[in-house]
Design a protein around this ligand. Structure first.
Ligand SMILES: CC(C)(COP(=O)(O)OP(=O)(O)OC[C@H]1O[C@@H](n2cnc3c(N)ncnc32)[C@H](O)[C@@H]1OP(=O)(O)O)[C@@H](O)C(=O)NCCC(=O)NCCS
Length: 208
């Protein structure tokens, strides 16, 4: 069994090997709470996942230090039977902030090699369900105005544009759309999440 490269695309991927990895990913993808031992790898992945304005390890640490007001998930690939954090490759991650009756997507990223396979959607769905359970009635986020993949994903999950923030991203100075999904505390929204999930390829296990 081969493992996905933990830091993104190998330079010259072998096609057969890639197919094996793809099948493994469908079987062995786990969404788990982000733990302190994930932070160094996540920070190392950041510049690969986010071409501009990557977060530092310190920023992830300060987010995790917020305790109950944050929920961070890592998408892990690991061979079946392997102990919890040994030999697991982080292939994506996402974070949510909770405040009063609203939630806020802090970040979501997937390593370039396996984008377009629903991992970003699964991370978002898991966070949005968590936000609902925590009593959030709406969820907001900012997204670069030229980030079409992310915007397509957010639209599918019921987010709409509610404004623009000029020069929001630093140090690059990129503009952001402000998007919001509301209400998310309804049966209708739960059904939307279920429907989006059902259409996704592969299987994922959610760790408590
Ligand atoms: C945004 C992101 C997290 C989505 O992750 P993903 O695992 O590719 O998500 P999904 O497979 O659920 O696909 C989401 C959208 O990406 C687009 N997409 C499909 N294949 C793709 C590919 N090979 N490469 C990039 N985007 C692709 C699709 O338009 C899809 O939208 P759809 O809902 O119309 O199908 C990922 O592209 C990423 O990490 N981007 C860089 C970091 C980033 O910009 N994060 C968002 C910050 S606001």
């Amino acid at each position: 069994m081969t493992r996905p490269h933990p830091h993104g695309a190998p330079t010259e991927p072998d096609q057969d090997q890639d197919q094996d990895q793809d099948q493994d990913l469908d079987q062995d993808l786990v969404l788990a709470p982000m733990r302190w031992w994930h932070v160094a790898t996540v920070a190392e992945l950041e510049p690969t996942v986010f071409a501009t304005d990557p977060w530092t390890a310190e920023l992830f640490w300060s987010e995790l230090a917020q305790g109950d007001r944050r929920r961070y998930l890592t998408a892990l690939w690991r061979p079946q039977g392997v102990a919890e954090h040994d030999l697991a490759a982080i292939v994506g991650y996402a974070g949510l902030a909770l405040a009063d009756d609203g939630a806020y997507i802090q970040t979501v990223g997937v390593v370039p090699r396996i984008r377009g396979r629903g991992i970003g959607a699964r991370l978002m769905i898991a966070l949005l369900r968590y936000a609902r359970q925590a009593g959030a009635r709406s969820c907001g986020l900012e997204v670069r105005t030229d980030n079409h993949a992310a915007r397509a994903l957010y639209s599918r999950l019921g987010f709409v544009d509610i404004g623009v923030r000029r020069g929001y991203y630093q140090p690059s100075g990129g503009d952001a759309y402000v998007m919001r999904a509301r209400p998310i505390d309804t049966v209708g929204y739960a059904t939307l999440l279920d429907e989006v999930e059902r259409a996704l390829p592969g299987r994922v296990r959610l760790e408590p």
